[in-house]
Design a protein around this ligand. Structure first.
Ligand code: ADP
Length: 309
């Protein structure tokens, strides 16, 4: 599968590197308005290929995206320390207008995988600009928050995160919702599993995990200015689900017809992802407080998208 990446900065290059290592693509093309950066990143990633999977890696102009099956949109301006994701919006919306025009000239049918923040609103912006069907404009959304949730729950319960089925819903950001009521370890509700293994999920454990998930990006930004490895791997995971028509259940963002009474809003829910993009969306069982938190998250995202006009 041919994958384009527009924006060869930290996130775009980490996605390219993760793809090369995981074997997610037969060809990767990096595009950036800073051509020297795209060329350097492509060369650097290409040098990892002999240690990984066969894959051609190059840099080019938008024309080089011709025939791309999927293009990752990682262009934009970086989040500053302490800066709310939403405040990045208008600057990044302008970048997307330019970028998507370039991409679609070369590859009109390509699927779009949005990584730029604030990712949910950027997904809605990308859908609007591209005119593609909504299931083909996918935001990385809470894929990473969900991974962090599973990892912290797995640590607490003493099981592999792969055996934890739990999702973070709504916005990728401050209003995100950890779906505790539907969280399972194996086939057991996590609360029951915790009691069985002597690791009860008390209120303070819940708060610690919630904080650990919700504040992760802020902590990393404090230490290194931005985040890229985790999201790079998450993007490669989504690409693999598409490439291999895996029909994996991933928490990703697309514009959703209705959630908790809010219509046409991009946010994350567990979704079945395969060759044609998002194939099905699931709404997990929610506790009352989770349902109202999801509604607030959806309303906030909808308002932000509307404020763009
Ligand atoms: P992040 O940490 O989100 O990856 P970076 O600043 O490292 O942020 O990367 C963003 C990349 O997007 C930069 O390399 C920048 O040159 C690129 N970029 C910004 N605007 C455009 C644009 N209009 N077209 C193509 N690339 C762009």
């Amino acid at each position: 599968m041919k994958i384009g990446i527009v924006g060869a900065g930290m996130v775009g290059s980490a996605a390219g590197y993760a793809l090369a290592l995981r074997g997610g693509a037969s060809e990767i093309v990096l595009v950036d308005r800073n051509m020297a950066l795209a060329v350097a990143q492509a060369e650097d990633i290409a040098h990892a290929v002999p240690f990984a999977h066969p894959c051609r890696v190059s840099a080019g102009d938008y024309d080089a995206l011709e025939g791309a099956d999927l293009v990752i949109l990682a262009a934009g301006v970086a989040q500053k320390p302490g800066e709310d994701r939403i405040s990045l919006l208008s600057r990044n919306a302008e970048v997307f207008a330019q970028v998507i025009a370039g991409v679609q000239k070369a590859a009109p049918e390509t699927m779009l995988l949005v990584a730029s923040n604030p990712v949910d609103v950027m997904t809605e912006v990308a859908l609007r600009i591209s005119g593609l069907p909504r299931e083909k404009v996918i935001g990385s959304g809470t894929i990473l928050d969900t991974a962090r949730f599973r990892s912290l729950l797995g640590d607490h319960l003493g099981v592999a995160p792969q055996s934890v089925h739990a999702y973070v819903l709504g916005e990728h950001g401050d209003s995100e919702v950890l779906a505790w009521a539907s969280a399972r370890a194996g086939s057991e509700p996590v609360a029951r599993f915790g009691v069985q293994v002597g690791a009860a999920i008390t209120q303070s454990v819940r708060e610690r995990i919630d904080e650990g998930v919700r504040r992760a990006a802020y902590r990393i930004i404090e230490g290194k200015g931005a985040t890229w490895y985790g999201i790079g791997a998450g993007l490669a995971r989504i690409v693999q689900a598409v490439r291999d028509d895996q029909r994996s259940v991933l928490s990703v963002s697309i514009v959703t017809p209705e959630v908790e009474g809010v219509t046409d809003v991009a946010l994350s829910l567990p979704r079945v992802v395969g060759r044609s993009g998002v194939m099905t969306t699931l709404l997990p069982e929610l506790a009352e407080d989770e349902a109202s938190a999801l509604r607030r998250s959806a309303e906030m995202l909808k308002q932000t998208a509307l404020s763009l006009g």
